[in-house]
Each structure stands twice: as C-alpha cells, then as structure tokens.
Design a protein around this ligand. Structure first.
Ligand code: HEM
Length: 300
C-alpha cells in the first residue's frame, strides 16, 4: 500500500497542480448540480447501475454523496485522510456488488464534464492546459485508489479459498495416512496369525500326517511371503511411494495356489479342482497384463 505522498509522486502531481485545482473550487461548487444531472442520466441509462438507484429517499442522499466527492476533488488538500476517504469509496462499491467497470465508465463522465467546465470558463490556452492537466491527474489518482480496492477484495477472496483448500487437502492427507497406518497394523496382526498357522501345520507333520502337513505348511509360507510383500508395499505408500496394485493380485494368486494344494489333499471333486485351476489361470493373465501396463508407464 502506498502513501498519498508516494501516489502523488508517481503521477507527478505537484503543489502547483493542487493550486490549480483549488482555483477551480468556486466553479465546481457552482456546476455540481449539472454534473450530478449528467452523472445520474448516465447511471440510470444502464440497467446494471440503475438497479442501485431505485429508492427515491436514498437517491437524494446518494446524489449529495456523489456531489460532495466531486467538489472534494477541488479542495486543494490531498493528504492521507483524502486517501482513506477514496479507499472507503472503493470498499463501499465493492460491498454493494457493483462491477468496477461501471466506476471506470462513470469516471469518464466526470472527466468529460470537468474538461468542458475548464474550457467554458477559461480562454487563455496556457491556463486551460495547466488546469486540464491537474484535473486529469486527480481523476486518474481517484480511479487508481478506488479500483485498487476492487483488486484487493478479489485477492482476499482468492487467498481465503486457497487457504481453505490447502487446509482441506492437509486434513484429507492426515486421514488417509491414519487409515494406512491402521492397515499396516492389521496386516501385522494377520501375519502373526499366519505364523501360528504355519506352526500348526508343522505340528501335523510331527503327528505323522506328513503329506498334509508339508503341503499346508508350504501354503502358509506362501501366504506369509505375500503378507511381507503387502506390508512392504503399505510402508512404501506411507513413506510417500506409489501404490502398487500388482502386489494385491499376487496375494490373491498365492491364496489360490494354497487353496489348490489343500484341495488336492482333500481329494475334492474334479470340477472343483478344474474351477480353481481356471480361476488361477485368469488371475495369471490379469497379473501379466497389469505388469505389462506398468512397464509401459515407467518406460517412455
Ligand atoms: C466516479 C465513480 C464514483 C465515485 C467517485 C463514487 C463516489 C461515491 C461516494 C463518495 C459514496 C459515499 C460513500 C460513503 O458512504 O462513504 C458513494 C456511494 C454509493 N455509490 Fe458511488 N461513486 C461512483 C460511482 C458509482 C456508480 C457507477 C454507481 C452505480 C450505481 C454508484 C452507486 C453508489 C451507491 C449505491 C452508493 C451508496 C452505497 C451505500 O452506502 O450503500 N457509484 N459513491
């Protein structure tokens, strides 16, 4: 944010300009009614601005506001108080929901009126030029400060929505992280049960049920191996790595192999064994296809 002193220096607005404007004060005071007439003719002619000017009682106060602002441009004092007043004008128009475009267009009416006012009242070319230059500068300064409020308001909106978005994303990230943590713990629990299952299979071997024991133990070991893969995958995801769907298909394949081992031991019907073998074949094809597509994605 700039101070009024800085703004004036950026526009090369000098004390001489301030004096020129002050000399116009009596004329501005005398012509303000005419300006208001032209200003309101313009505003009432545009549906988007006319909608703010429907209430007659309010209109009287509004016209006074706009007239006072016009005369204020020729007061000769342009300090930080003047800057705050202009900033307030900007905010008031933002708050009523008026598009900045209409403020710019209305300012054009004021500019045309003021230049005409000087032309009518002064014949000397140099005097006209100096006064017109001073008026142009103060109108540009007014427009600059008033429309800056619009930009400020827009930035505020963007900033708030950006803050909200990043908070939401952060909260969701924490939530998924928590869920992944629960998953790893659950996987660890299941792995311990599988170790128990493996122990039970070994127990079978010692009880003399060699074939069943060895095949079941082999199945349990396969599952344990896949559990390790699953946990490894989860831990990688927790550390920010990419989720690998292949591991999940692998787990199902291993579970199927174990089921086939047990099924042979149980001497299940041929159809059941054929069904299991068929499912295993399909899973194998799916695994192959997913592995191929992942290869394509990683190698350009
Ligand atoms: C040259 C551009 C304009 C200037 C310098 C200007 C100036 C002002 C000023 C000084 C006020 C009083 C602010 C206060 O309460 O402190 C005001 C209020 C208002 N102006 Fe403007 N105005 C401009 C353009 C417009 C336009 C284009 C409209 C469109 C209809 C408009 C409608 C209003 C309304 C409705 C209010 C009253 C807001 C409220 O208090 O609820 N103005 N304006």
């Amino acid at each position: 944010m700039f101070t009024m002193q800085e703004i004036k220096s950026h526009y090369l607005f000098t004390d001489e300009d301030a004096e020129q404007l002050k000399s116009l004060l009596p004329i501005a005071e005398a012509d303000k009614e005419q300006l208001i007439e032209e200003f309101y003719d313009h505003l009432l002619g545009i549906p988007e601005t006319a909608q703010f000017l429907q209430d007659d009682q309010r209109l009287y106060r509004l016209k006074k506001n706009h007239a006072d602002w016009f005369v204020g441009m020729f007061a000769g004092t342009y300090d930080n108080l003047y800057l705050h007043r202009l900033q307030r004008i900007g905010h008031v128009h933002v708050q009523i929901g008026l598009n900045a475009h209409f403020v710019n267009a209305a300012m054009q009416v004021v500019r045309r009126f003021s230049v005409g006012m000087i032309r009518e009242n002064f014949t000397d070319r140099e005097e006209r030029r100096m006064k017109t230059q001073a008026v142009e500068k103060i109108i540009d300064i007014n427009l600059d400060i008033i429309t800056a409020s619009y930009i400020e308001e827009e930035l505020k909106k963007v900033f708030i929505s950006h803050r909200l978005e990043s908070k939401l994303i952060h909260a969701t990230e924490r939530f998924t992280y928590g869920l992944n943590l629960v998953l790893v713990l659950a996987l660890a629990g299941v792995s311990i049960s599988i170790v128990g299952l493996f122990g039970w299979d070994i127990f079978h071997i010692f009880r003399g049920d060699m074939e069943k024991g060895i095949l079941s133990a082999l199945g349990s070991l396969l599952i344990l191996w896949m559990m390790i893969e699953l946990m490894d995958n989860e831990i990688k995801t927790l550390k920010g790595g990419r989720f690998n769907i292949l591991v999940f298909i692998g787990v199902i394949i291993v579970a199927m192999i174990r089921e086939i081992l047990i099924s042979t031991l149980r001497h299940d019907a041929l159809e059941t064994q054929a069904f299991l073998a068929g499912t295993l074949l399909i899973l194998g094809v799916v695994y192959f296809l997913v592995a191929k597509s992942q290869q394509f994605r990683t190698t350009p």
